[in-house]
Each structure stands twice: as structure tokens, then as C-alpha cells.
Design a protein around this ligand. Structure first.
Ligand SMILES: Nc1ncnc2c1ncn2[C@@H]1O[C@H](COP(=O)(O)OP(=O)(O)OP(=O)(O)O)[C@@H](O)[C@H]1O
Ligand SMILES: [Mg+2]
Length: 263
């Protein structure tokens, strides 16, 4: 029997590489032979787009993550899944639907509102090796659901002062979810320094030095700014598939290995 590891890729700061990290870590894990599910929890639906998939259907009772979260879709949870075309055949996706924009308001009316995603994903425990959740850029009920459903977190950041500030907000939020909503604390797998402009300047170097000093929060990897990431995204492919020999693919493979070894 498989033991599923659920990882939330989260940071309330926008545009720090959460979706690119989720897509490409998932691609690398699938390439390495693991059965992987990615969940698009962001109303923006970027992960769904970046993997070249259609949005989920909308309307009363539609088989979508949104309708399932608010209890209006009660059919098989497996019907929420779309397979991705990565050659390994081991990458599945729960796509976004445009209606997810209403989730914050509608979840407020639900019982056990922070646990809705955990309950849905419990169906996949022991089906997948890894479940990765692409969280929205907010500290709201959707992010609480991601942090409640996950075993651990990966936090994309940029080498900028604003990312240090974002961590000062995010880490207490994780601690409060640990205290109020979870039986066991979330594992902090570490940071992914994303969109790293090279050569780094003095400002970036000083932020990187600060990030490296954070206790209990290792840097899992640094992903340079590179056109292969945006090209792969445009074609709905993962970097390891689109540009298997690129340095970016190597970085994602190394991070996937670290995540797998942490299980
Ligand atoms: N290493 C990279 N090189 C070049 N472009 C990148 C890289 N990583 C991410 N991008 C691009 O930068 C933009 C922001 O990245 P991404 O969407 O992954 O961030 P995000 O944190 O998910 O954003 P949001 O907060 O809006 O959900 C995207 O257009 C993405 O394609
Ligand atoms: Mg995103």
C-alpha cells in the first residue's frame, strides 16, 4: 500500500513562483516514477492553464473542485480528475473552475470549513505517492484548507526584501493552523528561491544570505529566471518533459528527490 504525501505550495505573496514550482516539481516526481496528483486551488486557475487543461465545468452540481468543496457535488471524487499528457502517464490534475472565485464567500457558510479539502483528498490517500496543492496568493479560507489538508509545505520566495516580509506573515499563520486546526504540525520542507535573476546583485545576495539563515527552513533549490519555464507553461508541458536537458529540469529533479527523501 502506498503512503501518500500531501504538500501545499504556498505563499500569500503573489507571483513568487508557486504555480511554476507545483507544475514542475510534479513533473519531476512523475518522471521519477511516482504517481502524482496536482490540485489547482487558486481561483486564477493558472495551474490548469499551465498544464494545458480545460477548466472544470460550472453550474449546479457540476463535477468541479469548487462544487465539491461547498458540498454541491457529491459524486465520485475521482471524476474531478483530468489526466495530463506528460509521457509518463503518472500526472493527474484536479483543475480549477472559474466559479472558484466564490469559494471564500461560500465556504464561510459550511461546517468544518477549513477541513473540506482534507476530506475530499482523503479519498486519494494510498492512491497517489504525492499530492501537490497550488495555493492562492492569499491567507484566506482556501489557504487554510490547503494547510489543513497537507502533511508539509514548500514555500516559493524571491530574492527580494518583500519575500522576507512575506515570510514574517506566513510562518505565524502556519503556526496558528498547527495550533488550531491540525493534530500534527506541518512539516516545513523548505524554500524554493524562484525567478532568480543572474548574475545576482548585492541586494539579492543579502536577501539570499538572510534566507539561508532561517532556522528549520532549508533552501530546497534555486530556479533561475529562464525562458524554458514560460515556454513549457505556454505549451502545457512540464519543464522536465519540454526541456529535459536544461539546468531548470535538473533543479526541479533535485528538488523532487529532496521531497521524496523527506517522506
Ligand atoms: N524560473 C522562471 N523563469 C521565468 N519565468 C518564470 C519562472 N518561474 C515562474 N515564471 C513565470 O513568472 C510568473 C509568476 O510565476 P507563478 O505564476 O508560478 O507565480 P505564483 O506565485 O504562482 O503567482 P500567483 O501568486 O499569481 O499565483 C508566471 O508567468 C510564470 O510563468
Ligand atoms: Mg499561482
Amino acid at each position: 500500500m502506498k503512503t501518500t504525501t500531501v504538500t501545499a505550495v504556498t505563499n500569500q505573496k503573489g507571483g513568487v513562483g508557486k504555480t511554476a514550482t507545483t507544475i514542475n516539481l510534479a513533473g519531476a516526481l512523475a518522471e521519477a516514477g511516482h504517481h502524482v496528483l496536482v490540485v489547482d486551488l487558486d481561483p486564477q486557475g493558472h495551474l490548469t492553464d499551465g498544464l494545458g487543461l480545460d477548466q472544470a465545468p460550472t453550474g449546479d452540481g457540476a463535477a468541479s473542485l469548487y462544487r465539491a468543496l461547498i458540498g454541491e457535488y457529491t459524486g465520485p471524487v475521482a471524476d474531478l480528475i483530468a489526466p495530463h499528457s506528460q509521457p509518463s502517464g503518472r500526472l493527474d490534475v484536479v483543475p480549477n473552475s472559474i466559479e472558484m472565485f466564490m469559494a471564500v464567500r461560500e465556504l464561510d457558510k459550511q461546517r468544518a470549513r477549513e477541513h473540506r479539502l482534507a476530506r475530499l483528498l482523503s479519498v486519494f490517500r494510498d492512491v497517489y505517492d504525492h499530492v501537490l496543492i497550488d495555493a492562492p496568493p492569499s491567507l484566506d479560507i482556501l489557504t487554510d484548507n490547503a494547510l489543513t489538508a497537507a502533511d508539509g509545505v514548500v514555500i516559493p520566495v524571491q530574492a527580494e526584501d518583500s519575500s522576507l516580509k512575506a515570510l514574517r506573515l506566513l510562518l505565524p499563520q502556519i503556526a496558528s493552523v498547527d495550533a488550531d486546526l491540525r493534530e500534527t504540525p506541518l512539516r516545513l520542507h523548505g524554500l524554493v528561491v524562484s525567478l532568480l535573476r543572474r548574475p545576482t546583485n548585492r541586494l539579492a545576495d543579502s536577501v539570499l544570505a538572510e534566507l539561508a539563515k532561517l532556522d528549520g527552513l532549508p533552501i530546497l533549490g534555486s530556479v533561475p529566471l529562464g525562458v524554458v519555464v514560460t515556454e513549457a507553461w505556454r505549451y502545457g508541458r512540464t519543464v522536465v518533459d519540454y526541456a529535459p536537458d536544461s539546468e531548470h529540469a535538473a533543479v526541479y529533479r533535485a528538488m523532487a528527490k529532496a521531497l521524496e527523501e523527506a517522506r
